[in-house]
Write a protein that binds this ligand. Structure first.
Ligand SMILES: *Cc1c(COP(=O)(O)O)cnc(C)c1O
Length: 402
């Protein structure tokens, strides 16, 4: 997707605009399946919370991916996109038994992350196979906001409580067909990750109905030059070997599952915005764009770095800018970035806007959420229209007090 093409999309669909490169999504998916090609039964479940547009889901369905969902509404969207219920995993945390029962009614694989619901579920549905989310308490990297493997994390059942799980399983006679972990959002230490998998392999020995092991996600992608990224080939080589050996030695015909979100879609997306104002203060030059934390909250929420380029003037002289949004909050996208000279009306592009970008967008300040466009083989497809005033009023009830 070259600059001229991206600029032409902002003319066609207006700014701000989300653009997704489908070929990049496909190549990331293939990178992952290639890295684990020696595993006989491999399943990649796309974690759809990263980017949940139904047209993107259909891309994954056509690749034979499964789907990882965290709410019953995501399950419903997945079914609408044409996924077979058996390819949908429901991996919520802290939801009610009622919501789990709704998902069960839709025929998807249930993953339970606490002992209380596990016991209630086992008593009611002893014949329905479920997966258990474990917490191996291994930090494979990342900061505490996005790492969910530590000891006081709310996610999963602690590995130290395995005896309690086994007691529930025995007392209820329930079937456990899978074991799962999702340690955190950034794996930069492969050996730490492998230690967590060892803990899962060990725990799995006690579960006789096991059909799969789901190692979650945490695949890190680069956000800027020189950024560390998960070495997927190295992880694939090392973990495949371990997994194949385990399958052989235990005689269990297991499927290896991963559920990446960010790895598959982050780099495929760009948020294109246009510069409303260039404002020189005594210390700083601000470039204000027609977007803000309502469209891309990661920089403010996680201190995430998103690379910013002036695609209207890529060869211009580099200057320092602080790029901010138009929301009435401090919504700084990047401070003191070296960007080619910016003029009002230029198009700034934000990288890594495929994952947790649109899907975390809101209507704060009563702004519309942007349109989304998908690009495949040089052709652009509008996959979501920009909102209008009708969307902001939709479902509101206009009451006149007497
Ligand atoms: C969010 C989530 C993922 C995906 O995480 P990424 O960092 O985007 O790869 C996978 N599994 C579960 C259970 C999740 O909640």
């Amino acid at each position: 997707m070259d600059n001229q093409f991206l600029i032409s999309l902002t003319k066609k669909y207006e700014s701000p605009l989300y653009v997704y490169d489908v070929e990049k999504i496909i190549s990331q998916y293939q990178k992952m399946t290639n890295a684990f090609s020696s595993v006989k039964k491999l399943k990649i479940n796309y974690a759809m919370k990263a980017l949940s547009n139904i047209s993107i889901l259909k891309v994954f369905n056509s690749l034979n991916a499964g789907l990882d969902t965290v709410s019953v509404q995501e399950v419903q969207l997945g079914l609408k996109a044409g996924f077979d219920p058996k390819d949908i995993f429901f991996t919520p945390n802290g939801v009610s038994l009622e919501e789990i029962e709704q998902a069960l009614g839709l025929g998807v694989q249930i993953n339970i992350d606490n002992l209380s619901i596990l016991e209630q579920f086992g008593q009611k549905y002893p014949k329905v196979p479920v997966c258990i989310r474990m917490n191996p308490h291994i930090m494979a990297g990342g900061n505490s906001k996005i790492s969910v493997g530590h000891i006081d994390s709310k996610f999963g059942v602690s590995i130290h409580q395995l005896p309690l799980i086994l007691r529930v399983v025995k007392n209820t006679g329930m079937l456990i067909n899978g074991i799962h972990m999702h340690t955190g959002s950034d794996i930069y230490d492969i050996d730490a990750f492998l230690r967590a998998t060892d803990i899962l392999f060990e725990a799995a020995l006690d579960l006789k109905d096991l059909e799969f092991i789901d190692f979650g996600s945490g695949f890190k992608v680069p956000y800027k030059d020189g950024d560390h990224q998960t070495d997927i080939e190295e992880l694939g080589a090392k973990l495949s070997k371990k997994f194949n050996k385990y399958v052989k030695s235990t005689g269990k015909d297991l499927t290896l599952i991963f559920e990446p979100g960010k790895f598959l879609v982050s780099e495929a997306g760009k948020l294109l915005t246009s510069v409303n104002v260039v404002k020189q203060t005594t210390s700083t030059v601000f470039a204000s764009v027609d977007s803000g934390l309502n469209h891309l909250i990661r920089p403010m929420f996680y201190d995430a770095y998103h690379h910013i380029e002036n695609i209207s003037n890529p060869e211009g002289k580099k200057r320092f800018y602080t790029v901010v949004g138009y929301i009435c909050e401090t919504d700084t996208f990047g401070s003191n970035r070296r960007i080619s000279e910016i003029k009002e009306g230029d198009i700034l592009s934000f990288s890594n806007a495929g994952a947790y970008a649109f899907s975390m967008a809101s209507n704060y300040n009563s702004r519309y959420r942007p349109a989304e466009v998908m690009v495949y083989k040089g052709k652009d497809y509008l996959i979501r229209e920009r909102e209008t005033i009708e969307d902001l009023i939709y479902k509101q009830i206009d009451v006149d007090l007497q």
